[in-house]
Design a protein around this ligand. Structure first.
Ligand code: AMP
Ligand code: ZN
Length: 468
């Protein structure tokens, strides 16, 4: 299996630190709002990497944090007149709902920055003791960038260039820094902000130290894969490397993976530009399986432009797979008996789909090619499985389709979804039952709809319904 490593700018053979195990850390979102579909790209991409690793037999320890202390969370809390914790808890819950709707598996651990402050204080103290960090008068602690000779190795930036850039940008109020390149590990609290006591001042951690500490606590000092969107390469991941390697004296992560941006009109989708759609909004128009399929139709290192045309193409593509999966499942319920000689020959061909699929995914997770293999398998199924096929053969084709689709996080069997027209018809029947004073039937219909997630409300303008 080859992975493109941002560190070496090459595809490298994947060799885990410990045989059969993968330790993987993915930087998670800052929780102050509903996530947008740009944030969903790393979630879907790296969940697929994880699923593929699991398919290859690795045991994956997958850690992804929530950044729950940050200027934007504090600003939102002040705006609403509630605590930062209330904001972050609310949006963690919303984010988990979106993840589940996109069929993104929960991480092995989802640590929260605010629960790991002791570890951060400890790491900062070690960095001070080793001469890599220093506190200044107001209690801010900075990392001494020039002391780490390898700084810039991930982003392939050169210290001199960085330095001239930074000199021009030096922020007022940061004049206690020894060097404009130095970055914050701990900062003093401001009025109305969450804070924790520390040896330097009451305050809160810088963003970068959070990930170094959570990765170390849940995965150890050395990990296999560290991942996130490409905007995190510099400074976030560069600074994580500096902190972790200076503290632990070991290489931090062996493979660094970065997804390209999800764009709109060829511009990065972002909260600050205001050119975003939330996952929730997209979910009102499309099943989020369509969004997942759309994301995986492109290679994760290629920019991807969000458009209605591409979403329509994704919807149609997914529909072909789901129609095939659903009809195989239906056939399976009726089919009987063992495979015939001809079917046995065809079953030998089935293994070649997994082999081709793996070949695509082994090449730095080429999900677009892997999806093409699923389409080839759909064609095989449509050609060879019919109402005369044996149970054994139908089952073999169905489980092949299900297995490959599951690695992509795609669900191949249509869930029995109740259509709007069916709901309206049942509501009509309920009204008539009530008119006829058949309340037992009216209640039965209400309960039946409720069981399918449909809530009825009797209003003056008639019966209204919503999907729960
Ligand atoms: P944030 O909450 O901004 O820290 O972002 C959480 C994750 O989403 C990070 O891995 C970002 O790199 C990633 N991300 C944010 N915007 C985009 C985008 N437009 N396309 C792809 N990834 C993004
Ligand atoms: Zn991080």
């Amino acid at each position: 299996m080859k992975i493109y490593n941002t560190l070496s700018k090459r595809k490298e053979e994947f060799v885990p630190l410990e045989e059969g195990k993968v330790r993987m850390y993915v930087c998670g979102p800052t929780v102050y709002n509903l996530i947008h579909i740009g944030n969903a790209r790393p979630m879907i991409v790296f969940d697929t990497v994880r699923r593929y690793m699991e398919h290859k037999g690795y045991e994956v320890n997958y850690v992804s944090n929530f950044t729950d202390v940050d200027d934007k969370i504090i600003a939102k809390a002040n705006e609403e007149g509630v605590s930062s914790e209330e904001i972050s808890q609310r949006y963690i819950a919303e984010c988990k709902k979106d993840m589940s709707d996109m069929n993104v598996k929960p991480a092995t651990t989802h640590p929260l920055a605010t629960q790991e402050i002791d570890g951060m204080i400890h790491m900062i103290q070690t960095l001070i003791d080793k001469g890599y960090a220093y506190p200044v008068e107001d209690g801010t602690v900075y990392f001494r960038v020039k002391k780490f000779k390898e700084y810039g190795k991930l982003s392939h930036k050169n210290l001199d260039d960085l330095q001239s850039g930074f000199r021009a940008l030096q922020v007022s109020g940061e004049n206690q820094k020894e060097d404009p390149l130095d970055f914050v590990l701990w900062k003093p609290k401001k009025e109305g902000e969450p804070s924790w006591p520390s040896p330097w001042c009451d305050g809160r951690p810088g963003w970068h130290i959070e990930c170094s500490v959570m990765s170390k606590k849940y995965l150890g000092e050395e990990i296999d894969i560290h991942a996130g969107g490409e905007d995190l390469v510099f400074p976030h991941h560069e600074n994580e490397i500096a902190q972790s390697e200076c503290c632990n004296g070991k290489q931090f992560a062996r493979y660094w993976m970065h997804n390209a941006f999800l764009n709109i009109d060829n511009k990065k989708m972002s909260k600050s530009l205001g050119n975003f759609f939330t996952v929730r909004e997209v979910g009102e128009e499309y099943n989020l399986q369509v969004l997942r399929f759309f994301m995986l139709s492109a290679h994760y290192r290629s920019p991807l432009n969000f458009s209605r045309d591409l979403m329509t193409a994704a919807k149609n593509g997914l529909e072909r797979i789901v129609t095939c999966g659903t009809s195989l499942k239906d056939r399976l319920e009726k089919a009987e008996g063992a495979a015939t000689e001809d079917e046995k020959k065809l079953m030998e061909e089935l293994g070649s789909y997994t082999a081709k699929f793996d070949e695509a995914m082994d090449d730095d997770f080429n999900s677009a090619d892997a999806i093409s293999v699923i389409f080839e398998l759909v064609k095989f199924a449509n050609t060879h499985v019919n109402e005369n096929s044996s149970k054994e053969f139908t089952e073999a084709v169905f489980s092949e389709l299900q297995e490959l689709s599951d690695i992509m996080g795609l669900i191949v069997v249509k869930e029995a979804e109740i259509l709007d027209a069916d709901i309206e018809a049942l509501i009509q029947e309920r009204q008539e039952a009530r008119k006829a004073k058949n309340f037992a039937r009216a209640d039965e219909i209400r309960d039946q709809l409720l069981a399918q997630g449909i809530v009825l409300k009797d209003t003056r303008e008639g019966v209204k319904w919503t999907r729960a």
